[in-house]
Design a protein around this ligand. Sequence first.
Ligand SMILES: Nc1ncnc2c1ncn2[C@@H]1O[C@H](COP(=O)(O)OP(=O)(O)OP(=O)(O)O)[C@@H](O)[C@H]1O
Ligand SMILES: [Mg+2]
Length: 229
Amino acid sequence: MVDSGAKGVSAWNDRTNSYKNAEFDIVIDQAAQQGRVFELAGLHDLVKHVAEGYHATVFAYGQTGSGKTYTMEGYKYKVEQPGKAPQAQFECGENEGIVPRSVRLLFDLIKQQSNLQKKKFTVYCSYLQVYKEKIYDLLNKSHVKGVVADGPGLKLKWSKNDVFSVENLYTFECKTVDDVMALYHFGIKNKVVASHNMNNSSSRSHSMLSLTVEQVEVSNLDNVVVSKL
Ligand SMILES: Nc1ncnc2c1ncn2[C@@H]1O[C@H](COP(=O)(O)OP(=O)(O)OP(=O)(O)O)[C@@H](O)[C@H]1O
Ligand SMILES: [Mg+2]
């Protein structure tokens, strides 16, 4: 049972014959569409902070089939050939999820900021996948399905100031929303999508899209701020 007003979720527990309750900062009910989820989850402010030079993370977690991929992507998956992994249908209109909405908003906000503040913004994109404890580059053409499952993966490095980075991960400069979306869609096609009983288009992996925003003051090129979404 979901109660968005009381910010609570209750689930019946057969063993104790009672409801188990959980409370959250926000609870969004089943009827909410993607645009409403974007709004209620506070994505606008989060993306705005990134355009202003702060880091932000959107993290979707939950049981298989609970809707993480749907919420982040919003794409429909169709089995084009029996026995083959389902393919994403990238035309999804109002159904589009948090990622495409965030990318568009980020570029809108950057445009506004660069007009107002005489700053030059550059956006970089990378997209990786963690599958069976190994890291793969979804934007590297050689990391295609099949090779991915058996490959050695990329190395994770921790730097002195507790920042982690992935060695040799491809990073592309993106000038437009379309540039990012083309990379995002390319990466989605590269994802390992394996079918299993609970969810036919299950990701069975973790994937991370990173957008790095570099802002340089036009009158003082040493003044550089880097933020990551
Ligand atoms: N809010 C929603 N409205 C309509 N359909 C949804 C919604 N959320 C999820 N679905 C559908 O439910 C199914 C499972 O969702 P999804 O693939 O997003 O789960 P997941 O959490 O990513 O699972 P996994 O961990 O296995 O990858 C999909 O067919 C998806 O289209
Ligand atoms: Mg998924």
